[in-house]
Design a protein around this ligand. Structure first.
Ligand SMILES: Cc1cc2nc3c(=O)[nH]c(=O)nc-3n(C[C@H](O)[C@H](O)[C@H](O)COP(=O)(O)O)c2cc1C
Length: 332
């Protein structure tokens, strides 16, 4: 499957894993890259630049295929801006294939020197955005590709609440950069549809969480198979609206408490203990699915099994080709 994205990244299939805090490890990234898709190593898993460097080297040891490193550019107490700048530098020094920026643009958040630094190192930089306006900015300042993510997505959708179905063709009309469609992607049908909408590939995260190599607790796998598209909530608009964002997570006891605190006008001090990344880190391992904010997208409603990443990618590519070919036949 040759597209502008497979050409840009030197991968076989136009499928990329999105950043996933605590989940997108060297093992998962390498397993995905080894299938011919593109694995993701999420820098937020690490507390120091040298820990990230070690993780990049471990991933390179596990795969000789391209992988992408996610850097989430948002104000954070645990990951201050100077550490994110170091993460970016390390990616350039280690000459990873690509960097996925999620959040504020590199040029304004990290500094103007960073995109040229990546260009000099031969590292591609992709920006994950939730609006067409931000995709246009990415093209203007010199990113190599954009991911446009509809509000179906798990994690931090844009506050405008626009669906992938509308964003992808709008982005296609607005920019010449290669485009990945994200938010609600789960299978070969999604991949074929994204291509029909004008994308050059897809990014997905919830579906890769539901694979054996994500190595989460069996209770999490059970939730991923049993929950429907109606079982996620959009919350924390009070906290993230300033950044144009909100959170989509699994509806559970923690998110009910969060809703109560938000409705009562509670502040960060009250919310932080409930939504901390540390809680989620614990829950992915111990399986107490009511005890943390678990970022999961609406695509959870389309997940019915826990395959290996190799089974998933192979099935997706076979199905997508079939759907695209049968679509052409329907028009002939
Ligand atoms: C478990 C999980 C953790 C995530 N962590 C991050 C993160 O650390 N940084 C980030 O930019 N996006 C994160 N996301 C969002 C994804 O990268 C991606 O944008 C989104 O999940 C795509 O939509 P989908 O879930 O419908 O595939 C996370 C998503 C999931 C499911």
């Amino acid at each position: 499957m040759k597209t502008k994205i497979t050409e840009l990244f030197g991968i076989e299939y136009p499928i990329q894993c999105g950043g996933m805090l605590w989940i997108a490890t060297p093992e998962l990234a390498a397993a995905i890259s080894n299938t011919g898709a593109m694995g993701n190593l999420t820098s937020g898993n690490y507390d120091s630049a040298e820990d990230l460097r070690a993780a990049i080297q471990k991933t390179k040891h596990l795969t000789d295929k391209p992988f992408i490193v996610n850097i989430t550019t948002m104000p954070s107490i645990r990951l201050p801006t100077h550490l994110l700048q170091d993460f970016f530098r390390i990616c350039c020094e280690e000459k990873v294939s690509a960097i996925e920026i999620a959040g504020a643009p590199v040029d304004t958040f990290l500094g103007r020197e960073f995109l040229p630094m990546a260009k000099d190192a031969g590292v591609k930089v992709l920006h994950k955005v939730g609006t067409v306006k931000h995709a246009v900015h990415a093209e203007k300042v010199g990113y190599d590709a954009v991911t446009i993510a509809g509000f179906e997505e798990g994690g931090f959708p844009h506050k405008d609440n626009i669906s992938t179905m509308v964003l992808v063709p709008k982005a296609k009309e607005a920019v010449d950069l290669p485009i990945l469609a994200a938010g609600g992607m789960a299978d070969g049908r999604s991949l074929a549809a994204a291509i029909a909408l004008g994308a050059d590939g897809i990014m997905m995260a919830t579906r890769f969480l539901a694979t054996r190599e994500s190595a989460v607790h069996p209770n999490i796998y059970q939730v991923l198979v049993e929950k429907t598209e109606a079982d996620t909530v959009l919350q924390l608009q009070s906290l993230f609206a300033g950044f144009g964002l909100q959170i989509r997570a699994l509806q559970n006891e923690i998110m009910e408490k969060v809703a109560e605190i938000e409705a009562a006008g509670g502040d960060l001090g009250e919310l932080l203990p409930l939504i901390s990344g540390e809680r989620a880190r614990q829950v992915w391992k111990d399986g107490n699915t009511e005890a943390a904010m678990l970022t999961i997208g609406q695509s959870v409603g389309r997940i019915h099994d826990i395959p290996t990443v190799a089974e998933l990618v192979e099935r997706m590519v076979t199905d997508a080709k079939e759907f695209l070919e049968s679509g052409l036949q329907a028009f002939s």
